[in-house]
Design a protein. Structure first.
Length: 282
């Protein structure tokens, strides 16, 4: 066995410590990773302080400072594959492994592994907080996806309008269920459901859905049913409807905007500067 083979065998036998393990990150490197995990965040060498990184948020347009860290912290993240430099070596951004680590840290316990590979978020469903994979919801993807101008594809009002429609469709029993529903009314103990025996909250939810779809219009209601109800992605909608590429994004923004107007949801709270005087007292 020659010397080169013995060296390779020795390197294989002993544990590799060339790269820092994620669990061995210095505290400052962990804080830097959390800053890089924010939307549009990146780090670059500080032009005023030597051996320092300046974290910025906001992309290439108007950016906001988010802290100063040592260059060694950035090197530790890059060595652990939690962050990566651009080809010019002037901008450090979080990697896919870094985002997975942040998701795993945010969801400790037996759900940590699922959070590493999914985008788990806690949402209120019928008054009860439940865990949902946001990556399977096209609305959640659109509200997090940013365009070239740095703004999300849909605003918070459009996202909440789509979520409200989806909740009403679920409450109205208009979407397919996985498994049996023991609370569903039956006729003579079996057979198909009796529409007349539906609960009052189901009837009210159906009325709300019908009113929302009528307000949006028949030309956009089908898109909202696919997008908000059946959670179909934009590319799938384009394929099924034979639309041009990237056209569903534009139509979905228009449909969700109309839906938000119907629900009375606005991006900002607006109103008169002073309220109207309601009562005179001596």
């Amino acid at each position: 066995m020659n010397k080169l083979a013995r060296n390779r065998r020795a390197e294989t036998a002993r544990p590799k410590r060339d790269r820092a393990e994620p669990a061995d990150l210095p505290p400052e490197a962990g804080r830097l990773l959390a800053r890089l995990g924010e939307a549009g965040a990146y780090a670059r060498p500080d032009p005023l302080v030597e051996d320092a990184l300046l974290v910025r948020r906001g992309g290439d347009g108007i950016s906001v400072g988010s802290g100063r860290f040592a260059v060694a912290s950035g090197r530790a993240l890059a060595a652990a594959d939690l962050a990566e430099w651009d080809p010019a070596g002037t901008r450090l951004t979080i990697s896919a492994a870094g985002r997975a680590r942040l998701r795993r840290q945010a969801m400790p316990g037996d759900r940590a592994f699922a959070a590493q590979h999914q985008d788990l978020t806690v949402v209120a469903e019928g008054g009860e907080p439940i865990l949902r994979n946001a990556s399977e919801n096209p609305l959640a993807w659109m509200v997090r996806r940013r365009g070239r101008d740095g703004a999300p594809l849909i605003d918070a009002a459009a996202f909440e309008a789509g979520e409200r429609l989806r909740r009403d469709m679920n409450a109205a029993a208009l979407l397919p269920r996985m498994g049996s529903d023991p609370s569903a009314p039956r006729v003579d103990g079996g057979g198909p459901r009796d529409p007349a025996a539906a609960a009052d909250h189901v009837i009210a939810a159906r009325q709300r859905v019908r009113g929302a779809l009528d307000a949006v219009g028949s030309d956009l209601s089908g898109l909202l049913i696919d997008l908000c109800g059946f959670l179909k992605g934009l590319e799938r909608i384009e394929v099924e409807r034979r639309w041009p590429a990237r056209s569903a994004k534009v139509v979905a923004r228009i449909a969700l905007g109309r839906l938000a107007e119907h629900y009375g949801l606005e991006r900002e709270a607006t109103g008169p500067e002073h309220a109207r005087l309601r009562l005179w007292q001596a």
